[in-house]
Design a protein around this ligand. Structure first.
Ligand SMILES: Cc1ncc(COP(=O)(O)O)c(C=O)c1O
Length: 398
C-alpha cells in the first residue's frame, strides 16, 4: 500500500516548505521513503550526515553509549567532553571548547564572547563586523548577524551592534571600520552555505587575519556548514593557513546527533567565566560520544581525503556536464560542498530531483547545493551528475 503524505501537517507548526516525501530508513548514501522508493542522498541532512546513514561503526558505538549514560548535567564533570574537546583542539590548533546543541547556539555563544571581550576592555557598545549574504542562524541575535532580509523580516527590532560589509573586499572593511574604536570582532563563514556556496578568497582570509591582529579584533569563523572535513581539511579556513580566535561548529560534528561547539584560541578562551554561559543539554554524553566517534571514524576511513578526491571529481563532472550550458553561471565550491549557480530561480528542481530519486537543495534562489555525506563514492558522484543533468537542461529550456 502506498502511504500518502499530507500536504500540511495538522499538528506540527508550519515552518518549513516541505518536499512531499517522508523518509524512513537509510544505508550509506541511500535513503528510502515510506513507500519504499530509493533516493541518492546528495544533501546529507544539509551537511550533517558526515558518515551517511546507519554507519556500521557509528551505530554500535551509540548503542553502547545508550546503555551507559545519555544525559547527566553540567553540574558534574563529563569525561567525554574532555575527549571531544581534545580532539577538536588538536585538529584546529586552538585551545578550549564550549559545547552546545546546534549551529545557532554555537554562534550565539561566539557573539557573547565577542561582546564580553569588548566589555572586559571597557568597550560599552561592542560592534561585530558581519557579511552580506551571511547566514548564522535563526535566533534573534544570529538572524540579526545574518545578511538576508528574508530571514529578518517580521522579527524586528533586530539586535544592534553589527556592521555589514561585502565579501572579499578588504578596502570596504577598512572603510566601514575606520576610526571606530568599538569594533571587537569579525564574524564570517569561510564558505557561505545558505548564501549560495560563496567562498572567501584565500588572500582575503590572510589579509583579514593580519588586520584582526593589528586591531586586536577577534577573528570568529562560523564553520557550522563548511567545517568538519567537508572541504577536505578539518576546517575550511585551514586552506588559507590561518587560525581563528573563535570557531563555532555544529552540523557534521555529530554525524546526525545534535551537537554544537565553540572552539576558542588563547585570545578568547577565558572570556567566559563561571556563570556567564551555559545550556542544559550541551555536551551530554550521547552527543559527545557521537562527536568522538565521528572524528575517529573519519580518520580511520580517510574521509578528509575522500571529501577532497570525490569532491574534485564531482565538481569536474558537474562542470563537464553543465558548465557550458548558457543558463549556468558557475560551478564552485570545495570538496563536498558544491554549488551550481543558474541564471534563474531553480527551487522547482528540489521536487523534480526527488521524483528522479535524488535529494538536493536549492539555496539563494538560484544555486543548486550539493553537500552529501563524506563517504560518497566516485560512482555515486557520477550518479548525482547523471540524475541532475537532464533536470537542469529541462529547467533551462523552460
Ligand atoms: C553557516 C551556518 N551557521 C549557522 C547555522 C545554523 O545552524 P542550526 O540550524 O543548527 O541552528 C547554519 C545552518 O544552516 C549555517 O549554515
Amino acid at each position: 500500500m502506498t502511504a500518502s503524505i499530507p500536504a500540511t501537517s495538522p499538528h506540527v507548526m508550519n515552518t518549513y516548505g516541505r518536499v512531499p516525501i517522508a523518509l524512513q530508513r537509510g544505508q550509506g548514501c541511500r535513503v528510502w521513503d515510506v513507500n519504499g522508493k530509493e533516493y541518492l542522498d546528495a544533501l546529507g541532512g544539509i551537511a550533517v550526515n558526515t558518515l551517511g546513514h546507519n554507519h556500521a561503526k557509528l551505530v554500535p558505538a551509540l548503542q553502547h553509549q545508550l546503555t551507559q549514560l545519555i544525559h547527566t548535567s553540567n553540574y558534574y564533570h563529563v569525561p567525554l567532553q574532555e575527549q571531544l574537546a581534545q580532539l577538536l583542539v588538536e585538529r584546529s590548533g586552538m585551545s578550549n571548547v564550549f559545547f552546545c546543541n546546534s549551529g545557532l547556539e554555537a554562534n550565539e555563544a561566539a557573539l557573547k564572547i565577542a561582546r564580553k571581550f569588548g566589555h572586559d576592555q571597557g568597550i560599552e557598545k561592542p560592534e561585530v563586523v558581519v557579511y552580506e549574504k551571511a547566514f548564522h542562524g535563526r535566533s534573534i541575535a544570529t538572524l540579526s548577524a545574518t545578511g538576508n532580509p528574508k530571514v529578518q523580516a517580521g522579527f524586528g527590532p533586530l539586535v544592534e551592534g553589527f556592521i555589514r560589509v561585502p565579501q572579499n573586499d578588504i578596502e570596504a572593511l577598512r572603510r566601514a571600520t575606520e576610526r571606530n574604536p568599538n569594533v571587537v570582532a569579525v564574524f564570517f563563514e569561510t564558505i557561505q552555505g545558505e548564501g549560495g556556496v560563496n567562498p572567501m578568497r584565500i588572500e582575503y582570509l590572510q589579509q583579514l587575519r593580519k588586520l584582526c591582529d593589528e586591531r586586536g579584533w577577534l577573528m570568529m569563523i562560523d564553520e557550522v556548514q563548511c567545517g568538519m572535513g567537508r572541504t577536505g581539511k578539518w576546517f575550511a579556513h585551514q586552506w588559507a593557513g590561518i587560525v581563528p580566535d573563535v570557531m563555532p561548529l555544529a552540523k557534521g560534528l555529530g554525524s546526525g546527533v545534535p551537537v554544537g561547539a565553540v572552539v576558542a584560541g588563547p585570545k578568547a578562551a577565558n572570556v567566559l567565566q563561571p556563570g556567564n554561559h551555559g545550556t542544559t543539554f550541551g555536551g551530554n554524553p550521547l552527543a559527545m560520544r557521537a562527536g568522538v566517534e565521528t572524528i575517529r571514524i573519519m580518520e580511520e576511513d580517510g574521509l578528509l581525503q575522500n571529501a577532497a578526491t570525490v569532491g574534485a571529481h564531482l565538481q569536474a563532472a558537474l562542470r563537464a556536464a553543465l558548465g557550458s550550458l548558457s543558463g549556468v553561471k558557475e560551478v564552485r565550491g570545495q570538496g563536498l560542498m558544491i554549488g551550481v549557480e543558474l541564471d534563474k530561480p531553480c527551487g522547482a528542481l528540489v521536487g523534480r530531483a526527488a521524483e528522479a530519486g535524488l535529494l538536493i537543495s536549492v539555496t539563494a534562489e538560484s544555486v543548486i547545493r550539493i553537500v552529501p555525506p563524506l563517504i560518497l563514492t566516485t560512482a555515486e558522484a557520477d550518479e548525482i551528475v547523471a540524475r541532475l543533468t537532464p533536470l537542469v537542461q529541462a529547467l533551462l529550456a523552460e
